[in-house]
Design a protein around this ligand. Structure first.
Ligand SMILES: [Zn+2]
Length: 969
């Protein structure tokens, strides 16, 4: 069609010039590499990217930013997270809410400390002081932040970029110290010896969040027997009743009766302090062929016989609680230990149903130990080496040679029943990728136990999206132990305590904390390392400063980021505390959502947020994790700027990245790859071309001159405005509910189905062929102007650059410089008129049937353009008859003409069947006949008319066009 048009234009340039052609600077190609940064500069210059939200008069809306770690290049996970937040903020700003979005960065912690250490030479390392390390770490973090910030801004994300919150800022650190002090004064902070996840490779305690459980870890598991030296008399009686008579003499008993345990960490046996049973499980006393007895869970007898290659036979069965109070001999050392009742963690899933208990090396063991006042034995140092407390095992590495030596000992003493490799989940250090151990150390704890029920209540008050998040965090908070908040590292906020140089006293009170808080507020937390005790202590303590030694522990980084509500939202008049929304990846139920909740509940008694929204992770197109080794990493900066090979990886711009974010079901993991990007850029182009078409038809339109009353518009126009209003409402609901993929679908169907394939298709004749000032053209332009303003508004939260670009290319005068200043489109009541929906729906169906018929003729090469056709319609359905009658009666005579709607040259309703038809078919709507239109093709409007040639000046034009030309002169 285009070619034909071109040919015509060459033959008769004068007629082409009489058509109203598209005119706009809004180009088909986005040229986003140049254009997007220009628009961002415009926002910055006009204060739209930050102060617009702040100047709004509406209610405060606070989305509190979870701080990304200040290390590494931005990846698709960052893009998903920050763009989702930005879509929400932009929408709220357009809705008139007062929005201050303060971006954050998490700056302390081991990964940065290790990065810095890696860059140092040996000599530098040796000369490294804590302060030197901290300065280097801070500089490193600032550099990372600057580069990440540039990336976020290039994505079009709006925020208070000039004043972000950084966990290394002195104000932030001071707020964190204050929060720690508040919790301490409430009795929620304590010091204790407790097994913690300990990484010998990085010599520090680790949080759960710092652990990984790689597949395929193999442990040296062993079945061991311990000699029983005493059993309670009540149990003895019961056994006699079942025919089992055991010697009462300790020595004889110890030879005769053993208890079987199973462990995957033989190196913890020196710390063994008890064996634990489940009081409700049934245990069996079983006899071997050589008349030896062994105790284990009844359900596991067969399995254990199989495992250790023995044939113990059941003699007596008793409930576990009867074993409470029995004693056994430690298998390695000269000491006697008790049988104790443990918790539900003791099952008959594996092992022997009797658990080797070492309170210094396990949390369940530790908790059971508290009930029985068992000693917390921990003969392992920070490097994972046995200390002198381990006796003859001193100097062995528990993760290397200790197991073999201990197993050899057990074999020689006859206590080893079986050694076997065992594959299971085992915690590794997330940084060094090396095995961790449980090790009892002096640590600082937040007593979750102390405010657990408040935390669970607070969880109930929060709206969790998706709702499964509630169950997830609830069970995590219910099951978790106290929170170990101390780390033996340098790059962090100090735990502000002093230890007595002699004795065990600890100095931590309101005066000391508030003094340190002031010092840090003024100087930053380096001051803890720069000053000595006499300056770090308040003046009231100066006389005894020599008695005290400042602590060297820093706080868990989860306590840093978990303090952000205290440092940011609760201290800012323009922000809400609790915040309206927290939005992060679903792994943060375990991390930031939880640490923030715990600190806020402990200090303020309520949650720091009203709503929590989570998103999944970015995967490749085949649903695999992105990794360097798989070579499937999608880099957001390559999406925006293109890759090395621009053919394979074209520069798509930030808006296509943003469109991707809007398109996915982010409640689960989301795929991204070149095919998906290709589809997205197609959608982007469709929207862009639709906008370009709208803009191109408005070059000579002036709303101050050419406005219309809505009720005077044609059926087609009023239907279109009603449809636009529906779309605005539906898109608005999608944004409100954070269902951005609905926006993505609505946008496509609006541009393609409603506009391109229907309204704009029919409107071509009005727009091109009419005289510029004809009512049928001006009224259409009026509708287009309303649509283009609405369209740019509804896409603005997602396609912010395109929306602003459209706004800047609207050729008539607008009150607002920016689409964002206009706000989210409103739906005027006059646009809403559902009464036309049935009529238009009928005519759309008819259009579909006619199009099918025309296509049929075209396939047989009996027809070219649809304007070559005449159509006869014999309606049979009542609804179609009603619709046609309605249009006849109420339609605008210049616009609501059936031949225009069907884009054919003639339409006849009813009448006699035609003689020469190309197509005839009857469907549920009625009969449709197609024949060649009579007459000749008008060179200007391409309609077939019988009056062509009548005029001697314009021999190739129809009378309508001649008429139009007359009005042009
Ligand atoms: Zn014509």
């Amino acid at each position: 069609m285009n070619n034909e048009k071109k040919k015509d234009a060459i033959n008769h340039p004068s007629y082409k010039e009489t058509l109203n052609l598209l005119k706009t600077n809004f180009s088909m190609r986005a040229n986003s590499i140049v254009r997007e940064p220009e628009l961002q500069k415009f926002w910055e210059k006009e204060g739209i990217d930050f102060s617009l939200g702040l100047e709004n008069k509406g209610k405060i809306f606070t989305l509190h930013d979870g701080p990304p770690y200040a290390n590494g290049a931005l990846h698709m996970g960052h893009a998903l997270n920050k763009v989702l937040k930005d879509i929400i903020n932009k929408y709220q700003i357009m809705k008139g809410r007062k929005v201050r979005f303060v971006p954050g960065w998490d700056c302390h912690g081991l990964p940065i400390e290790l990065k810095v250490l890696q860059t140092l030479g040996r000599k530098e390392r040796e000369e490294l002081t804590p302060i030197k390390l901290r300065k280097k770490a801070a500089a490193y973090a600032h550099k990372q932040i600057a580069s990440q910030k540039d990336g976020f801004r290039r994505w079009g994300v709006w925020a208070d970029w000039a004043n972000p919150y950084l966990t290394l800022q002195k104000e932030y650190e001071a707020a964190q110290i204050r929060l720690f002090g508040e919790m301490a004064l409430k009795g929620y902070i304590y010091r204790g010896l407790k097994p913690v996840h300990w990484s010998p490779s990085s010599r520090t305690a680790l949080a759960e969040a710092e652990l990984e459980y790689p597949e395929g870890h193999t442990s040296q598991s062993i079945y061991v027997s311990f000699s029983v030296v005493q059993i309670p008399s009540q149990l003895n009686e019961l056994l006699s009743q079942q025919g089992l008579y055991l010697p009462l003499n300790e020595k004889e008993l110890s030879v005769k009766l053993k208890v079987a345990v199973w462990t995957t960490t033989p190196w913890t046996l020196p710390a063994n302090a008890a064996v634990a049973i489940n009081e409700n499980v049934e245990y069996v006393f079983a006899r071997s062929q050589d008349n030896q007895f062994i105790i284990l869970a009844a359900d596991l007898l067969e399995e254990v016989n199989g495992e250790i290659g023995s044939s113990y036979e059941k003699v007596a069965v008793i409930k576990g609680r009867l074993l409470d109070g029995a004693l056994y001999k430690h298998p390695l050392f000269e000491r006697v230990c008790p049988f104790v009742i443990g918790g539900s963690y003791i099952t008959t899933q594996s092992g022997t149903g009797i658990v080797h208990t070492a309170p210094g090396h396990g949390i369940d063991d530790f908790n059971t130990g508290i009930k029985y006042d068992l000693p917390v034995i921990c003969p392992v140092d920070e490097k994972g080496i046995f200390t002198s407390d381990a006796g003859r095992f001193e100097g062995l590495n528990v993760l290397k040679d200790a197991n073999n030596v201990i197993i050899k000992d057990l074999r020689e003493s006859g206590n080893l029943l079986k050694e076997k490799p065992y594959i299971h989940k085992y915690p590794y250090d997330w940084r060094t990728k090396k095995e961790t151990i449980f090790r009892a150390t002096e640590q600082w704890f937040a007593s979750v136990q102390g405010f657990r029920s408040d935390a669970l209540d607070a969880i109930n008050e929060v709206e969790w999206l998706p709702s499964s998040g509630k169950k997830r965090i609830k069970s995590m908070v219910s099951d978790r132990g106290d929170w170990c908040i101390s780390r033996q590292r340098t790059w962090g906020v100090p735990i502000p305590v002093f230890y007595s140089k002699e004795g065990d006293e600890v100095l931590l009170n309101e005066t000391t904390v508030s003094h340190i808080q002031d010092l840090i507020k003024k100087n930053g937390s380096d001051v803890w390392w720069e000053l000595d005790e006499s300056d770090l202590l308040p003046s009231s303590y100066s006389s005894e400063a020599h008695k005290w030694q400042k602590g060297t522990d820093t706080m868990d980084v989860w306590f840093d980021s978990g303090s952000s509500w205290a440092a940011v939202t609760s201290r800012n008049n323009d922000m809400n505390y609790p915040a309206d929304l927290y939005l992060e990846g679903s792994d943060q139920h375990r991390g930031w959502f939880q640490s923030s909740l715990l600190t806020s509940v402990a200090a303020s008694g309520h949650s720091p947020y009203l709503k929590v929204l989570t998103h999944g992770f970015a995967l490749d197109e085949n649903g695999r994790k992105m990794s360097k080794s798989l070579g499937n990493i999608v880099d957001p900066s390559v999406i925006i700027n293109g890759g090395n090979n621009k053919k394979l990886e074209p520069a798509l711009g930030a808006d296509v990245l943003r469109l991707w974010v809007s398109s996915v079901d982010y409640s689960v993991d989301v795929p991204i790859g070149s095919n998906i990007l290709r589809q997205l850029s197609d959608v982007y182009r469709k929207v862009r071309n639709t906008a370009r078409y709208l803009l191109g038809n408005l070059h000579d339109f002036d709303p101050s001159q050419n406005s219309f009353q809505i009720q005077d518009l044609s059926i087609l126009d009023r239907w279109m405005l009603n449809r636009t209003a529906e779309i605005i409402d539906e898109v608005s609901i999608a944004y409100e509910n954070y269902e951005f993929s609905k926006f993505f679908q609505l946008l496509q169907s609006f541009c393609v189905v409603d506009l391109s394939n229907f309204y704009l298709d029919i409107a071509k004749d009005r727009l091109y062929v009419s005289a510029p000032s004809d009512n049928r053209r001006r009224s259409c332009q009026y509708v287009l102007s309303l649509i283009v303003e609405s369209l740019s508004g509804i896409i603005a939260p997602v396609l912010c650059h395109m929306a602003e670009d459209i706004w800047h290319n609207i050729p008539y005068k607008l009150k607002e410089k920016s689409v964002f200043q206009r706000g989210f489109p409103k739906t005027p009541a006059l646009w809403k008129d559902n009464s036309l929906n049935d009529v238009v729906h009928q005519l759309q169906e008819l259009r579909a049937s006619v199009n099918k018929a025309l296509e049929d003729c075209r396939m047989r090469q009996e027809l070219g353009s649809s304007l070559e056709a005449s159509v006869r319609i014999q309606p049979s359905s009542d609804s179609l008859k009603d619709a046609l009658r309605y249009m006849e009666k109420n339609g605008n005579p210049e616009v609501d003409r059936l031949f225009d709607w069907l884009i054919v040259s003639k339409v006849q309703i009813g009448g006699e069947p035609w003689a020469e038809v190309l197509f005839s078919e009857e469907d549920s709507m009625g009969i449709i006949e197609v024949s060649k239109a009579r007459g000749l093709k008008c060179e200007r409007c391409w309609h077939y008319e019988v009056d062509i040639g009548d005029n001697s000046t314009h021999k190739s034009l129809c009378s309508r066009c001649i008429n139009t030309l007359g009005r042009l002169l």
